[in-house]
Design a protein around this ligand. Structure first.
Ligand code: ADP
Ligand code: MG
Length: 294
């Protein structure tokens, strides 16, 4: 009877848009008491838009967009796509091809464009190269973050030159999903590499109290381990390459079907539509399935 009930549960999952790796996954789901939610692409749409460009006297908006856009064009990060698309739209021209390019996970991108050594990303990336934002750009950054936007710094040839504002909308389904997860007795935690102010804004919008921000990609797995060491049974929902290790470490890993292959491979479950409500469906389903067995 047990395997049959689990098979039925698995089949019902497929109808709800939940792909379950194996029937045993439903058993793990039962004990979960904490759910860690990645921000970008999981709670939010991950479709970012370039909203504003703040420059200094040492650069024009056109130069900033050409150099930053060229580098970001080579990256697949949602922020990078927003910057590259915005740069093409605002300059009305084509972007140069970088002579050199590297992703710096969790921080941004760096490379060489038209002979300039260019950095685009968090202020932390600039600090690694002993640069910091001048007062006016630092203010633009603070204002953007207070408004719930992500501020991206642009520097070249040893000098910080601009701050770009990008924003990403919360998925319409996320607040309801968080309510349902709470009703199932789970404590939600928002986890992100983005800054604290942006994370707090998103958390408030969807009804999450606990935020763990500015976490480097390789440290997300440690956040899960630490919660487990406190005796919690942890579910993790994520979409990115940077979430894969944490999804594998979690007692239950839920991957967004709209996310990367790395996340889907690491997860125990795939939420096909990329809707967080399916996480609540999955947990409810497993509890019901297991109740049927008993
Ligand atoms: P999340 O955990 O929310 O999915 P990431 O770990 O991918 O976010 O990135 C953390 C932060 O690093 C971003 O919020 C951004 O500030 C910066 N960043 C990462 N990649 C890029 C990029 N290609 N361009 C600009 N900024 C980036
Ligand atoms: Mg993500």
């Amino acid at each position: 009877a047990t395997p049959t009930a689990l098979m039925v549960g698995t089949g019902r999952g497929a109808q709800l848009g939940i792909l379950i790796k194996g029937p045993e996954v439903l058993e793990t789901t039962r004990g979960v008491d904490t759910i860690v939610l990645d921000k970008t692409g999981t709670v939010t749409t991950g479709r970012m838009t370039l909203l504003a460009v703040h420059t200094t006297a040492t650069a024009t908006e056109d130069e900033v967009l050409r150099l930053a856009g060229a580098l970001e064009h080579a990256s697949e990060h949602p922020i990078a796509q927003a910057v590259a698309t915005g740069a093409v739209e605002r300059t009305g021209g084509s972007l140069p091809v970088p002579e050199d390019f590297a992703n710096v996970p969790g921080l941004g991108v760096q490379g060489v464009v038209e002979g300039h050594a260019v950095l685009v990303g968090r202020e932390k990336l600039l600090r690694e190269w002993s640069m910091e934002l001048p007062a006016d750009l630092a203010r633009a950054r603070r204002d953007a973050e207070a408004a719930g936007r992500t501020a991206i710094a642009v520097a070249w040839d040893g000098e910080a030159r601009a701050v770009l504002e990008v924003a990403d909308a919360v998925k319409g389904t996320s607040p309801e999903a968080v309510r349902r997860l709470r009703a199932l007795g789970l404590t939600p935690i928002l986890l992100t590499g983005d800054n604290e102010a942006v994370a707090r804004n998103v958390a408030a919008e969807v009804g999450i109290d606990e935020v763990i921000a500015e976490v480097m990609p390789e440290d997300k797995v440690d956040v899960v381990r630490k919660l487990q060491a406190e005796g919690r049974s942890v579910a993790m929902v994520g979409d990115g390459v940077n979430d894969a290790a944490a999804l594998a470490q979690a007692d239950l890993g839920l991957a967004m079907g709209t996310g990367t292959d790395a996340a889907i491979e690491a997860g125990d479950l795939t939420l096909v539509r990329g809707d967080l409500n399916a996480a609540a469906d999955a947990i409810r389903l497993s509890r019901r399935t297991l109740a049927t067995i008993r």
